[in-house]
Design a protein around this ligand. Sequence first.
Ligand SMILES: NC(=O)c1ccc[n+]([C@@H]2O[C@H](COP(=O)([O-])OP(=O)(O)OC[C@H]3O[C@@H](n4cnc5c(N)ncnc54)[C@H](O)[C@@H]3O)[C@@H](O)[C@H]2O)c1
Length: 378
Amino acid sequence: MNKVIGIIGSGAMGSGIAQVAAQAGHNVVVYDNNHIALDKAKDNLSKTLNKLQEKGKIDNAATILQRFVFADKLESFADCSLIIEAIVEKLEVKKAVFSEVEKVVSEDCILATNTSSLSVTSIAAACKKPERFIGLHFFNPAPLMALVEVIPAIQTDAAISTFCKQLMLDWGKVSVMTKDTPGFIVNRIARPFYGEAIRIYEEGIADLATIDWAMTELGKFKMGPFTLMDYIGHDVNYVVTETVFQSFFYDPRYKPSFSQKRLLEAGWLGRKTGRGFYNYAEGFEMPQPDKNEELGQKIFERILAMLINEAMDALHLNVATKTDLDIAMTKGVNYPKGLLQWCDEIGPRNVLGKLDALYNIYHEDRYRASVLLRLLAK
Ligand SMILES: NC(=O)c1ccc[n+]([C@@H]2O[C@H](COP(=O)([O-])OP(=O)(O)OC[C@H]3O[C@@H](n4cnc5c(N)ncnc54)[C@H](O)[C@@H]3O)[C@@H](O)[C@H]2O)c1
């Protein structure tokens, strides 16, 4: 497809998506309302592509760089066939930008948002032609992460969804189709990886290092939950949890924790500030795990059961197909296995047993098993 792609917002995600589109052969117009951000993106893209060439990963950095136009006016989008927005995560700002964009683009230009947590349907509602609006959720860093969640709004024309799914494949991405529900697939299903780990820590069942050790050593996850949260940053990770919780009408399953909220309030955002759950200051020794296999196995099985339950419920509510749910977790957050495949291997009855045991102790809705898991266990 030799079409011009427009990107709104030249921050971390916008410039990453722009790179992906340009490497796929498109001319790309990158717009930002902040000159400094735009200059920075221009500079970063040049450095990144030249570095890729030095490493021998590409041989046409100069050609790709010629495909970019950096613009400070929305009018520069006039020739675009697809616009992807990656600006600040505020509903009213996104709505306002799209109603301006619609005035300058052609009738058949597709409009997309990279929002992580807002309803695609609500942004689409700001457009005169909401049927051409869709969510395309890339992961950070966009050039490296394979997954794109394709999220039709309830107004989206089916042909637009099919076209975008194929386009993402053409860009070398793995795309999954998901319903416009809070957190889409990955940010919804991954919640217990963080939340249940924090709960285990808060109750004093195990310390941070032991929980991280259980999940990496016994669960084969690439990073333990606390290391990962410190890496993502609590300003991002906590806010996603809180947004998902609110968007699910305060379902206790997604309830955020005070431990993480306090880190955010203290400005202990994780690696980037030198302190989060762990202290990264120079000379500060990382705590060592208690490598008690029995305890580790309990922790791993508890968190895994909660994750599988979340995936099962998403399947039950038709958020995505079984295949797409598993692809999303292995490609979007590098889980060692798809959660539904994992459930098949362990056996739904065993997973249900873990959840019901937790429910019987706590009597909290947080541990209620998905109806589908209960049916499969029968
Ligand atoms: N960072 C992530 O891990 C991640 C992952 C997936 C999706 N997202 C989503 O992508 C979007 C962007 O996130 P980011 O991390 O790239 O943010 P960022 O802060 O790095 O970049 C946002 C850019 O948008 C520009 N901007 C803000 N308001 C604007 C406006 N009205 N018009 C034009 N430009 C404007 C800013 O100047 C900035 O350069 C958000 O919706 C976020 O939820 C982020």
